[in-house]
Write a protein that binds this ligand. Structure first.
Ligand SMILES: NC(=O)c1ccc[n+]([C@@H]2O[C@H](COP(=O)([O-])OP(=O)(O)OC[C@H]3O[C@@H](n4cnc5c(N)ncnc54)[C@H](O)[C@@H]3O)[C@@H](O)[C@H]2O)c1
Length: 484
């Protein structure tokens, strides 16, 4: 059962917790006492993992006046945090880190256990990855952090798990570690919350502070109540509490699968429209004017650390409990096939070009626009550009330039293989034989045939103004080449 709550309701309840007699100052407090203690630094908040989620989360707590311990195992992340900087280019994060350091409310730790010992509320913001080799989730980081937190856990402490996880992870993996390592019992001695992080990269702080309610769940009623109080301090949209942890864990996966499958449907229908000579985009806009239709956008592929991963957690869990999740699987397969499809479509553009007649694919130069997994961000995790690149190489293309306005270097791009990353659009386009738009960075929307230098273009995001291009040298996803 899902019940909506807001800050007002949480404040009205103002629960007072009386824990078993303990010689600790955090055993007995009301909402206003928790607020005061968090702001005074008596109750510190430890954020484990200062990445795309942990950095904005630490920033939001700092902006709310809290004392924050930032914990990470990466020395470069820690070094930058110590200088008041983050490697995550989220608006507001550097300012929050710098002012937190200046006011001595931000401490950086590499000692995971000490951070647990020194803090009251611990937020686990390290990822659960998915290992394609083993077809299973990789819990290494969450286990490591849980072990350390368990060792430093004190009576009255609160722990929150934040990454998206296969249902059951909090209660079957994290809680047993915490209880074993600490010798404490959840609900009687400490409190456990699961709160899936819901942010859109590039506006994470705003999302947490203003846009979304926090979805929270607790290991029991006390955990849930204390969670409502804590999260109401930073989420202006309040708290949406769900009746148990597994429901909250599943909620986040449902969001991701809905988007992945919706994109797969858009991809399938876009290809269908190409074949029957219909402009998918125009048709989709008209369809979406009906209030029950929310077709997403087709594209070269689905990347990022979230949307391609969450369906895998559902598929993995479904196999364990022997349930078919065929649509979820099919959505993944459709989306994973998009880079190869788009490369084939792009190469068709070369067939009609006279100047290509004397050039085989191993002698052409291809320019890929966008290495980030989508426009407006520098995050390259699971970007479809890597797959596009491999597909072109499989076809025999030897020289590939990759442009991205926000990604300045990338260790994952193949070295020594004539693959050059550049953030200079002019040089990336200079003398190219074929251009493919892979990520929808804003500046690509304004590209003109002149700027591109006459090379054919495959618009894998449907963002170019087709009216200014020669229809033989432009193909767009959902439209194909031609006059549509
Ligand atoms: N990125 C997003 O936009 C987003 C949105 C919503 C939810 N999430 C979820 O949040 C989780 C975290 O994602 P992220 O994007 O912040 O990851 P990230 O890779 O950007 O950051 C993870 C951080 O944790 C640190 N870390 C890794 N293992 C550690 C360990 N054992 N001990 C201490 N520190 C460790 C890393 O050094 C890194 O700084 C993901 O599982 C994802 O499901 C991400």
């Amino acid at each position: 059962m899902v019940s909506a709550d807001n800050k007002h309701l949480a404040r009205e309840k103002s629960p007072r917790f009386t824990y078993p007699a303990q010689p600790s100052s955090v055993m007995d407090f009301s909402e206003s006492e928790i607020t005061k203690k968090i702001k005074s630094g008596d109750l510190k908040i430890a954020i484990y993992g200062l990445g795309h989620v942990g950095s904005p989360m630490a920033s939001v707590w700092l902006r709310a006046g809290a004392h924050v311990i930032g914990v990470d195992k990466s020395s470069s992340v820690l070094e930058r945090a110590n200088k008041g900087e983050s490697h995550v280019p989220e608006p507001g994060v550097n300012d929050a880190f710098a002012s937190g350091l200046a006011t001595k409310r931000f401490q950086i730790y590499d000692d995971l256990e000490k951070a647990s010992h020194d803090s009251y509320f611990k937020m686990i913001c390290v990822p659960v990855l998915f290992s394609h080799n083993n077809s299973s989730p990789d819990f290494t980081a969450v286990k490591e952090v849980s072990l350390a937190i368990g060792k430093g856990l004190k009576k009255g402490d609160v722990v929150a798990l934040n990454p998206s996880v296969p249902p059951g992870t909090t209660e079957d993996l994290v809680l047993p570690i915490l209880e074993k390592e600490s010798g404490l019992e959840v609900e009687n001695d400490f409190y456990m919350i699961y709160n899936p992080e819901r942010i859109y990269e590039g506006r994470a702080i705003q999302d947490i502070e203003e846009r979304y309610p926090a979805v929270i769940s607790g290991a029991g009623s006390k955990s849930l109540e204390i969670g409502k109080i804590i999260y109401s301090l930073i989420f202006k949209k309040g708290v949406l509490s769900v009746s148990n942890i597994k429901t909250a864990e599943t909620e986040k996966l449902l969001e991701g699968v809905y988007r992945d499958v919706n994109i797969a449907l858009a991809n399938e229908l876009a290809k269908f429209c190409e074949k029957i000579g219909v402009n998918f985009w125009e048709s989709r806009d008209a369809a979406n004017s009906q209030p029950f239709c929310h077709l997403h956008s087709p594209g070269v592929g689905v990347g990022g650390a979230c949307i391609p991963v969450y369906p895998q957690f559902i598929i993995y869990t479904a196999e364990e409990v022997k349930v078919n999740c065929d649509i979820t699987k099919l959505g993944r397969a459709v989306n994973d096939a998009m880079p190869a499809y788009c490369v084939r479509e792009a190469i068709k553009l070369l067939d009609g070009k006279k100047k290509m007649e004397d050039k085989s694919l191993d002698r052409i130069r291809v320019t890929l626009l966008g290495l980030a997994f989508r426009g407006g961000v520098s995050d390259t995790r699971l970007s479809p550009t890597y797959e596009v690149l491999k597909e072109f190489q499989k076809m025999g293309v030897k020289e590939i330039r990759v442009h991205d306005p926000l990604v300045k270097n990338d260790p994952l791009l193949p070295k020594h293989q004539n693959v050059i990353l550049s953030s200079d659009l002019t040089s990336a386009l200079d003398g190219t034989d074929l251009v493919m738009i892979v990520a929808d960075h804003a500046e690509y929307r304004a590209l003109t045939p002149d700027r591109i230098g006459g090379a054919p273009v495959y618009d894998g995001r449907g963002i170019l103004d087709r009216t200014i291009f020669n229809h033989h040298s432009l193909a767009s996803i959902g439209i194909g080449s031609g006059k549509n």
